[in-house]
Design a protein around this ligand. Structure first.
Ligand code: HEC
Length: 257
């Protein structure tokens, strides 16, 4: 009982912890989006996660991996919830190396739902070589790895600009208001109409940045909805428990005054 109570209290504390202040490395205020998944009752918007995956696949996947995600996760509850048939089709559009076969040879085959999402480059050196020596980091945990991750990602994706006259840009770098140092080796990856959404949503830069950020928040925390549900149950439990404790206290001390 003791242990349950302590973990319940701990869980309640974690749920209620206020989100960290929105500041990028050198004190630039991040842009702030009202995410559907914010707050103790927040949930992902399935349609948004599907659009976000489309953006990842059609734009970001040229350079960035999401190595902790398998195709079948795309149909898991609490995620984009693609149908299993859709996941099979999505997976089969990429090839993976498998083997060795009976002759000891490696071979290529279409990816299956059980496979990890195929990486753009076979290794880090190839990734750097294709990006002027800069490494496009794996994005599966990126929203967790950065402070106020979702707002940070959204800000960087929408934060490209002409370099101010007094800023000297290094070769091949782009100016970005929100990336620490304000020089980023990633060329602006998206502008309006970069993709055509299957659900008809207008593909503005702002919309695509929101959608892909929501998707990458899910890849970093696929159990977010479960955690929020548990937090809510714990709160109810604690409320009832406090009531019971109070009733017991009254009863025990009733005749002692
Ligand atoms: C042409 C290749 C390319 C594409 C396409 C691309 N990126 Fe990048 N990205 C990079 C490189 C290279 C870096 C490393 C930048 C640096 O260290 O200066 C990077 C860095 C990042 C970072 C890390 C910022 C940080 O704080 O370290 C994020 C987040 C990111 N990209 C998100 C995306 C998203 C989302 C997309 C798709 C909309 C995308 N990228 C498309 C090459 C790319």
């Amino acid at each position: 009982m003791q242990i349950t109570l302590y973990s319940a209290l701990l869980a309640a504390g974690l749920v209620l912890l206020p989100a960290g202040a929105s500041r990028a490395a050198e004190g630039v205020d991040l842009k702030h989006v009202d995410w559907s998944f914010d707050g103790p009752f927040g949930k992902f918007d399935r349609a948004q996660l599907k659009r976000g995956f489309q953006v990842y696949r059609e734009v970001c996947a040229a350079c960035h991996s999401i190595k902790f995600v398998s195709y079948r996760n795309l149909s898991d509850a609490g995620g984009p919830e693609f149908t299993e048939a859709a996941v099979k089709t999505i997976a089969a559009e990429s090839n993976v190396t498998d083997g060795p076969d009976a002759d000891g040879e490696m071979f290529e085959r279409p990816a299956e739902p059980k496979d990890r999402v195929v990486k753009p480059f076979p290794n880090d050196n190839a990734a750097r070589a294709a990006n002027n020596g800069a490494m496009p980091p794996d994005l599966s945990l990126m929203t967790k790895a950065r402070k106020d991750g979702p707002n940070y990602l959204y800000s960087v994706l929408t934060g490209y600009d002409e370099a101010p006259a007094d800023v000297v840009m290094a070769d091949g770098m782009s100016f970005n208001h929100y990336f620490p140092g304000q020089q980023i080796a990633m060329p602006q990856p998206m502008s309006d109409e970069q993709v055509t959404y299957e659900d008809g949503t207008p593909a503005t830069l702002d919309q695509m940045a929101r959608d892909v950020t929501a998707f990458l928040t899910w890849t970093a925390e696929p159990k977010l909805e479960d955690r929020h549900r548990l937090g809510f149950k714990v709160m109810i439990f604690l409320t009832i428990f406090a009531g019971l404790l109070y009733a017991t206290y009254k009863r025990v001390w009733r005749d002692q005054h």
